[in-house]
Design a protein around this ligand. Sequence first.
Ligand code: NAI
Ligand SMILES: CC/C=C\C[C@H](O)[C@H](O)/C=C/C=C/C=C\C=C\C(=O)C/C=C\CCC(=O)O
Length: 267
Amino acid sequence: MKLKGKVALISGGARGLGRAYAEAILKASGKVCLCDIDSEEGFKTLNKFQKTFGNDNVMFVKCDVTDHNSFENVFKQAKRKFGALDIVVNNAGLLTEDNVRKTMMVNSIGVIEGTQLATHYLSKESGGQGGVVVNISSTAGLTPVFYMPIYVASKYSIVGYTRSVAQNPANKERGMRYTCLCPAFTDTTMFDKKWSDEGEGPPPGVSEEEKKGALHLIEATGVNTVEEVVKGFMLLLEVDDNNGAVMTVTKKHGIQYRHGKPLSHKL
Ligand SMILES: NC(=O)C1=CN([C@@H]2O[C@H](COP(=O)(O)OP(=O)(O)OC[C@H]3O[C@@H](n4cnc5c(N)ncnc54)[C@H](O)[C@@H]3O)[C@@H](O)[C@H]2O)C=CC1
Ligand SMILES: CC/C=C\C[C@H](O)[C@H](O)/C=C/C=C/C=C\C=C\C(=O)C/C=C\CCC(=O)O
């Protein structure tokens, strides 16, 4: 997809990776509707982007992706302002093991409902031009991690969901493609520097064993810069014949496509 003039909706776009995806699309002459539950940070980002890219190319709508009406309102407002929608990035996420329902609501159901809304609002059968969905999982969506099983469950669900939707032949008719981006540890607020050896120590409540596990994995994969993840993200948008692609980005191994082999029906 050539990004000039294309319109993207990005959830969790107020900061971190979501904000960086937005900036990359704006730099490529696209337009962006940011949405986030954090309106203070969202309006700060909006002001900054408006100064650089112009008021006509970017908007912000406060939204909680776990509230269907609130999320759908973003799609309606983006279409009203820009007249079209071509890209949806389901990026909003959180990392907590303390609240299983909240983690699953944001990381899993928020992404699934965002994909359903995208299919409806972008689809040729609803008067759209078709388009692309990028669902943000994690390498923790492809490998077990003993100290964050709930986060892992939420992220695995996104990989399976995206691959399944991509296989639906009806979505080809609709002009839709679906992809999944799985970054490993990346240097944002979510990846608290306290986890690294130079940091102040892990957050309260983290056991020594969990810390050891985290440090071991961090050492094995390295820590991505935001720019490295954005490079993979832009490839997913720009390459048109990648429906169903699952891409990992790790500091040590760079960009890799992961081909999930379906189990044989005999099993
Ligand atoms: N930083 C990392 O190491 C990695 C992050 N990821 C994933 O990338 C995505 C972005 O992560 P970061 O930018 O690092 O995190 P971040 O914490 O900096 O940004 C997440 C954004 O999502 C928003 N958000 C949270 N709950 C929301 C809700 N209910 N409705 C709307 N917005 C909501 C937050 O307000 C925040 O602006 C997440 O899905 C995360 O799981 C994946 C792999 C690695
Ligand atoms: C301390 C945690 C803070 C933030 C974590 C993030 O939210 C992130 O989403 C969590 C990532 C967890 C990753 C866990 C394991 C990752 C493993 C790999 O990436 C394996 C990489 C390469 C192996 C070789 C290969 O198969 O290519």
